[in-house]
Design a protein around this ligand. Sequence first.
Ligand code: FAD
Length: 384
Amino acid sequence: MMTEDKRQAAIIEEAKAFVDAEIRPFVNDFEEKGGVPLELIRKMAAKGYLAAPFPEKYGGLGLDPVYYGLFTEVFGKACMATRSLITVHTSLVGETLLRFGTEEQKEKWLPQLARGEKIAAFGLSEPDIGSDAKSIMTTWNEEDDCYVINGRKKWITFGDIADVFIIIASNNGKSTAFIVERSFPGVETKRINGLMAGRATYLAEISLNQVKVPKENVLGKLNFGFEYIVSTALDNGRFSIAWAGLAIAQEALEAMVSYSRSRSQFGNKLRSFQLIRGMIGDAVTKIHAARALCMRASELRKQKDPDSAMETTMAKYFTSKVAVDVANDALQIHGGNGFTNQYPVERLYREAKVLEIIEGSSQIQQEIISDFGLKRYYKRSNKS
Ligand SMILES: Cc1cc2nc3c(=O)[nH]c(=O)nc-3n(C[C@H](O)[C@H](O)[C@H](O)COP(=O)(O)OP(=O)(O)OC[C@H]3O[C@@H](n4cnc5c(N)ncnc54)[C@H](O)[C@@H]3O)c2cc1C
């Protein structure tokens, strides 16, 4: 009988073959056409790739956090858009529903998300509110048999094609998460164009105008939107982005190594020049450190250790920085060729940057990590 490890490792290998056949050759095409084809999303769903960490009873593949991280890396190496779909649809929405949904909500939504019959997106950010997310201006009010939501959400990944949203709204400073369906009257989405990268992610602005939401669509508890839903969803999202950063850095490293071994100048391969070797040595070291952080966060999540959220935050902060640095050096090593979309480093360079902005910017991660450090490493007896 196959061990659990072998079963999960086989899924990762199969995902690599899927990505190589169905995604990798077409990424520039997705960007040019401005969207991941819906047919590809259906194929991913048929393989269970939209529900990789969900339990099998909800149509998932039952990957534990270590294998789910490796799975995210497989998609993240090849294509920001499909990895972003997994980040929002599966991690931010699906896993949060799994944790806080009522049994009815889970039975209703998770199998549909797994089968790709419904695409999900997460709506927290607004035109005037980003990092200071507790100050959101979208409101909810109670009516007899429903809640009524008014406001606007911005930067919603896959928002332009999503069928269902988790929307965070506020009432007198206290927020609540609602499951909002696109079909509810008053929900409208508008595509955001002109992006530096991820042009295939159907990024959208959402307007919510007198949207009536049934009472059973509250996710978690009324007035506990931040404590329950947002903190969990962002933790899930950061975990995904940590592995996405590692993926970009790893892909960029492989590109820089291959190019430096094939391109010659001054009668020698680029790989023989010390300044090039310095960039490669730094990239290898940073990536090994980033992988160690991602693996540690994954192991702690698997053990449900309370430190897992902080380790995830550090992994996200660190790997997004490493992705930017390594993609930058990889492009530099490619010279003029790196400046064209004939080589993957141009795309990796653009895709890396957004990781320092989303799921809490790097500055916000630094704030969170320093709060933790100031408490954890304070030795009261120290005399300066
Ligand atoms: C491609 C993309 C996809 C996204 N997808 C989603 C999504 O699916 N759902 C969603 O809800 N949101 C999404 N977002 C929004 C994203 O989460 C926000 O952009 C992010 O939280 C930062 O907010 P902001 O852009 O308003 O920047 P601001 O909060 O205005 O920050 C601007 C700058 O100031 C810095 N800053 C802010 N506060 C502080 C501080 N206290 N100390 C030091 N520096 C500070 C920030 O780090 C940043 O550098 C997405 C954004 C992008 C670009």
